[in-house]
Design a protein around this ligand. Sequence first.
Ligand code: SDX
Length: 423
Amino acid sequence: MSIAKLTLEGKEIELPTYRGTEEELGIDIGQLRGQTGAITVDPGFGNSGSCNSEITFINGEQGILRYRGYPIEELAENTTFPEVSYLLIYGELPSKEQLQSFREKLTYHSMIHEDMKKFFEGYPPTAHPMAILSSMVSSLSTYYPEMAEEDGDLNVLRLLAKVKTIAAYAYKKSIGQPFIYPRNDLSYCANFLHMMFAVPTEPYDVPKVLEDALNVLLILHADHEQNCSTSTVRMVCSSQADIFASISAGICALSGPLHGGANQKVLEMLEMIQQDGGDYKKYVNLAKDKNSDFRLMGFGHRVYKNFDPRATILRKTADEVLNNLGQTDPMLDIAKHLAEVALSDEYFVEKKLYPNVDFYSGILYRAMGIPTDMFTVMFALGRLPGWLAHWKELRDDPHSRIYRPRQIYTGATQREIVPIEKR
Ligand code: SDX
């Protein structure tokens, strides 16, 4: 392998490098501080790798996204969300028998303890469902204290099975309707939509077009290597806290408007543009104005400096689902016009700002009847297998260490305390 040489204050040191299976080059700085006393500083970690991982590969320049080597376009077209969850967590696509057994376990564990339903009574009706989701997931550890090592994967299954139930209950709570129990005869996606939209007073058949659209949405959100929320899950896992604490922390990180919370902000932005007469050029200019803190939500990405392949798929799926449902949505037209104007504007071209996964997903959730404040919960449902896969990868790594970055101190140097009488 090639050697990186660093000359620092007259001293030259050599740093080993290595390449991943996709030829990405990494400089191993594990001995840097020991050899030079210096550390690297990289706010936002745009140039720093925290780990090696076998789960997801992204090439931001070429718009490539693969889960365990499979292109996202093929997975979205040919598999189901449980299959992709199995792939991410265990490393291979399941056989028919493995998938059947996996599905049965997800069905078996989809209920939450009856006592946990009482937790919902304490939340105000206006509680944001992401706040409910993170606290309910953390509370699962009170019912399932850390399992013995050999059962560690049981909690992976429990979370994958129960989080969709908690999410649907949070929605029902927000509209004052009774909770609908999961059903053993429905697929993962149909079960969730049934728990969301069924009422005790009449039967509800989940439309296939919505079940299929949800499958695609969840697959597209399932993992994205070391994004903010996944890195948070790994950070908490590195201290050997329980899995529920890790996933709850991931949910909290995802809720931020710069991350998973963006899908809700995109819809609110599109509605604002619509109410403002659809003057999207005005908002493109606002996004370019350094004196304005307005950003075009759903645009830009730390890694994709070309198109986000998920946005490309979602734009097509949104058209198909709306046509299939015989619906039109002015928000989709505004989104398309906004994208056209932005993508021909030199500010966005020069800064390589393209629509990301959050730009179109909200249009689809709306078409499915899912309210705006549930959009980020939907992102969490999709990202859950990715979080679980990374949690498992770190937990199973015999060389893993607690995440503890360094810093450069820029505060006050040593000084004497002045007695309060003289302050
Ligand atoms: C997700 O990491 C992941 O993989 C995330 C994700 C996943 O699957 O987990 O892909 C999901 O979080 C997608 C991103 C959703 N967030 C948004 O859509 C919010 C809007 N986008 C931005 O805030 C921003 O683009 C980020 C947060 C996505 C990326 O931030 P970076 O990489 O830190 O980039 P930056 O903020 O430093 O911006 C670089 C420049 C700046 O201009 P200068 O200061 O260099 O002059 O681009 C500008 C920014 O002002 N810019 C934007 C912009 N995004 C960046 N200007 C206007 N509108 C925007 N949306």
